[in-house]
Design a binder for this molecule. Structure first.
Ligand SMILES: [Zn+2]
Length: 333
C-alpha cells in the first residue's frame, strides 16, 4: 500500500513516541493515523437465497469474504413479535438503511406510502455527524433515493446525498419495459459502470449500490439455471466495484469497508415468491471484507446489524435518541 505523507509522518512520530512512551501509546497513534479515512460501500443484490449464493460460483464475493467473512443472516424481524416484518424488498432496504424493523420505519411494502423518518437512515446519521462526509447512491430503483432515504425532504433531514445515479427505469424511451424485465439487467449494467467509475475517481465516504435484476429473473424463472447465470453476472459486476475499492485502498490512505448483502430469500417450492416468514424467505447472507468481525457475525446477524456496523467502522456518533432506537448491534469491533 502506498502511504501518503501524512501517514508517513504519523509513523515517524509514532516511532519517536516509542522512545519516550509506552509501546501501546505509539501503536495506538499509528493505528489511528492509518484509519484516518474510513469509508464504506454497501451493495444489495436483490432476492438471492442463502442456499443459492452458497452453491453458485461467485469468485468476487469469495474474494471479498476471503478478506473478512461470509455469514448467513436474516430479515423479517421476530416471528410473531411486534417487529415481524414482511420479507419484501423495500421493507428490507429500509431495515438496512435505518437499522430498525418495519414496526419502527413503517415501510410495509414496495409502495412506501408513509415511511417514519424519525428513524434516521445511515446517510442522515453520517451527515449529522460530519456534514463534509461525501455520500452517493447508485440505484436501479429511484424510490430508494426519493422515498426511502427521502433525499431533500425536510422530514427526512433534507439533502443528504452529494451524488446519485438513478432514474433510468423511468426513461422508457431508452429502456423500454419488456415483459421479461430484461431492461432491468441493462439498467444494472449502467448503475455498476457509474458506481465503479465514481468510486475509483472520487472515493465517496459512504455509498450504496442497489442491483435488482436477480429478483426479477427469480420472479419469472424461480430456482433455475437462468437465475444462477444472472447471479454470476451480478457477481462479476460486484467485482468491478470491488476493483475500484481496491484501487482506492492501494493508491490512497483509505480504509474501506465493503458489505454485500441481499434483502430477502425466496419460497422453498419454486423460488419465485417472497414476502412470508418461511425459513428460506427469511434467510439472507452478508459478505464483507472487514477483518474486525466479532462474535455477532458468527451468530446469524440480522439486516438491522449493518447500520451499527457501518457506524462503528466510520466512527460515526449519533444522537442518543437515535442510537437507543436501533434494533441491531455492530458485528464489527
Ligand atoms: Zn427484493
Amino acid at each position: 500500500m502506498i502511504k501518503n505523507n501524512r501517514s508517513q509522518h504519523a509513523l515517524a512520530l509514532a516511532a519517536t513516541l516509542t522512545a519516550f512512551c509506552t509501546i501501546d501509546l505509539a501503536e495506538n497513534y499509528a493505528r489511528a493515523a492509518a484509519t484516518d479515512s474510513p469509508k464504506t460501500i454497501f451493495i444489495i443484490m436483490d432476492g438471492i437465497p442463502t442456499d443459492v449464493v452458497e452453491s453458485v460460483p461467485t469468485p468476487n464475493l469469495d474474494d471479498i469474504s476471503g478478506k473478512g467473512g461470509f455469514a448467513p443472516s436474516f430479515v423479517g424481524g421476530e416471528i410473531g413479535g411486534p417487529s415481524e416484518s414482511p420479507t419484501v424488498s423495500a421493507v428490507g432496504y429500509q431495515s438496512l438503511l435505518t437499522g430498525t424493523w418495519a414496526n419502527k420505519h413503517n415501510v410495509w411494502d414496495n409502495d412506501v406510502d408513509e415511511p417514519n423518518y424519525a428513524y434516521w437512515d445511515i446517510f442522515r446519521i453520517a451527515k449529522a455527524h460530519d456534514s463534509t462526509l461525501s455520500t452517493a447512491v447508485f440505484s436501479t430503483w429511484t424510490d430508494n433515493r426519493t422515498k426511502l432515504i427521502g433525499n431533500g425532504l425536510t422530514d427526512a433531514g433534507g439533502e443528504k446525498l452529494d451524488y446519485y445515479f438513478d432514474g433510468l427505469e423511468l426513461d422508457t424511451d431508452r429502456f423500454p419495459h419488456d415483459f421479461l424485465g430484461n431492461y432491468i439487467g441493462d439498467i444494472d449494467k449502467e448503475v455498476v459502470k457509474d458506481a465503479a467509475r465514481y468510486v475509483r475517481k472520487n472515493g465517496p465516504d459512504l455509498a450504496w449500490v442497489y442491483l435488482e435484476y436477480t429478483d426479477g429473473v427469480a420472479h419469472v424463472f424461480g430456482d433455475s439455471e437462468v437465475l444462477h447465470a444472472t447471479i454470476q453476472t451480478m457477481d462479476a459486476q460486484v467485482g468491478d466495484i470491488w476493483s475500484s475499492v481496491q484501487y482506492r485502498q492501494e493508491t490512497f490512505d483509505e480504509d474501506w469497508l465493503i458489505i454485500v448483502t441481499t434483502d430477502h430469500g425466496r419460497d422453498a417450492n419454486y423460488g419465485r415468491n417472497h414476502g412470508g416468514q418461511s425459513a428460506r424467505e427469511r434467510a439472507t447472507w452478508i459478505v464483507t471484507n472487514s477483518d474486525r468481525l466479532n462474535e455477532r457475525f458468527e451468530n446469524t446477524p440480522a439486516i438491522v446489524d449493518i447500520l451499527p456496523s457501518i457506524a462503528q467502522h466510520m466512527n460515526l456518533s449519533m444522537p442518543a435518541s437515535i442510537q437507543i432506537q436501533l434494533d441491531g448491534q455492530s458485528f464489527i469491533d
